[in-house]
Design a protein around this ligand. Structure first.
Ligand code: CTP
Length: 451
């Protein structure tokens, strides 16, 4: 009688293929007769927080193939897959490295589980860090968003938060102590000790800080809105280009996996041609808050406008035919609530935001065959539905959104810094320039034009 084939399975990312991977596969193959290797997809790695993978899935598959140990290669795309693969492929032995010891014991009811000793002193993480000099980030500003940035940056390998700059010594010291980083009140010293500037200061200071950071040869991540004038946006981008530096606007929605999935579906034809987009974001702020008192730069639109305009620009583009702003103003003249109406050759859009009026905060994308609806907080997209004329049919999609979501933008920024342009389409220079132009129009019509 024929001897039964012993089937072995193993999984991994196999990024920057190294000796540890080779030895693991070699020993895995020796455990049986037929080796199946599961290789993670980029989206699965993202969902499990592995954000800095360098090689594409094709390269990783090629590298595993080249070893000659794999009889079959499959892709791993979801957390529950190992269990079903063991059943599906009739697996006798499941194996991974000893860094996972104990974690797959639940499979012991279905096959043998072997943890192979991990090869010492080598890992993809180590190679990534060697390959890429660790980027030291210096933060400008000590507000709410800066506080969110630090724990998120800790989750992206390849960056470290070096310190914070604030001209007000007390604020800088307090913030630095809280996060155990350096405090800088002297700009030259700050610039000397960092590679990247993260600008999270009040809106009106962005332009000067960007120019200064670029002049010091630093790459920049700047919170939205990047700047409030189109010319300024063009100027800073062309300066960055000239100096071969990266200038990156931080609109976190642009980089989160769920929002990318949503754009993909909206543009795929599933809902036909997109004809109407309605985006709303409201966040009540107290009357005495900076957002509701800064006479020139406060108000709903400067605060939240980038979020609500963004899906419109991504779906309809930057070439609108008409734009009109409608506001409900506070006694001090700042907009408590703003509605922007846009007309495009192929459709219409409204962007609504409010600091003093609460609304349902929904994103609705209507097409000729159906519509996509995302409830608040759609700007951190994790779930959305596609509806059709047939009310009984609803397609539901979900996607992970971890923490405050800044980790996605930081990891995309880092990829750009390492000359990997594959994510640059998510928020382009053109998008940022158009947004600055819309901010400028609002400033002219609603702030300066008040007489
Ligand atoms: N592996 C190993 N010895 C190493 C590194 C990895 O035996 N020095 C094994 C892992 O235990 C796993 C497989 O190789 O079974 C694929 O691991 P992967 O996570 O892709 O590689 P790492 O180098 O551990 O990646 P990272 O640093 O990104 O976690």
């Amino acid at each position: 009688m024929d001897k039964k084939l012993v089937k072995v399975i193993t999984y991994g990312t196999f990024d920057l293929f190294h000796q540890g991977h080779y030895r693991l596969l070699q020993r895995a193959k020796q455990l049986g007769d037929y080796l199946i290797v599961g290789i993670t997809t980029e989206s699965y790695d993202k969902t499990r927080g592995k954000l800095s993978v360098v090689d594409s899935i094709m390269t990783r598959i090629e590298n595993v193939k080249k070893t000659g140990f794999a009889d079959e290669i499959i892709i791993e795309d979801s957390p529950g897959q190992k269990f079903s693969d063991v059943k599906k492929y009739n697996i006798d032995i499941f194996t991974v490295g000893s860094d996972w010891t104990g974690q797959f014991d639940y499979l012991k009811d279905y096959c043998k589980v072997v943890y192979l000793e991990r090869t010492k002193d080598i890992s993809s993480t180590m190679l990534r860090e060697k390959k890429q000099h660790i980027q030291r980030i210096g933060i400008v500003g000590t507000g709410r968003i800066a506080n969110r940035f630090i724990p998120e940056a800790k989750l992206v390998s390849g960056v470290t938060t070096q310190g914070v700059y604030n001209p007000h010594k007390e604020s800088a010291l307090q913030f630095a102590q809280k996060w155990d980083i350096n405090a800088y009140t002297e700009k030259e010293e700050f610039y000397q000790e960092i590679d990247v500037v993260y600008i999270a200061s009040p809106h009106d200071t962005h332009y000067d800080y960007i120019k200064e950071a670029l002049a010091h040869g630093k790459n920049v991540i700047c919170e939205k809105p990047l700047v409030l004038k189109k010319k300024q946006a063009e100027e800073v981008f062309s300066e960055a280009k000239e100096k071969e530096l990266i200038l990156f606007e931080g609109i976190k929605t642009a980089y989160c996996p769920g929002f990318q999935k949503l754009l993909g579906i909206a543009c795929s034809g599933m809902i036909g041609a997109v004809r109407n987009v309605e985006a709303c974001f409201t966040k009540l702020e107290k009357p005495g808050s900076r957002e509701r008192t800064d006479r020139l730069y406060g108000g709903s639109f400067f605060e939240l406008g980038s979020y609500v305009m963004f899906p419109i620009l991504k779906l309809f583009g930057t070439e609108y035919e008409e734009i009109a702003f409608d506001t409900i103003d506070d006694e001090n003249g700042l907009d408590l609530f703003t509605r922007v109406s846009l007309r495009y050759p192929s459709g219409v859009a409204t962007a609504t935001c409010g600091l003093g009026v609460k609304s349902e905060g929904r994103l609705l994308i209507s097409g000729t065959l159906g519509y996509i609806v995302v409830e608040a907080p759609w700007w951190k997209t994790s779930y959305f539905e596609v509806h059709y004329e047939d009310a009984g049919r609803i397609d539901k999609y979900s996607e992970i959104f971890l923490g405050d979501g800044l980790r996605y933008e930081i990891s995309d920024f880092l990829a750009l810094l390492n000359h990997n342009e594959k994510n640059a389409f998510k928020l382009t220079r053109g998008d940022s320039i158009a947004l600055a132009g819309i901010m400028e129009k609002f400033m002219n019509e609603k702030r300066l034009g008040r007489g």
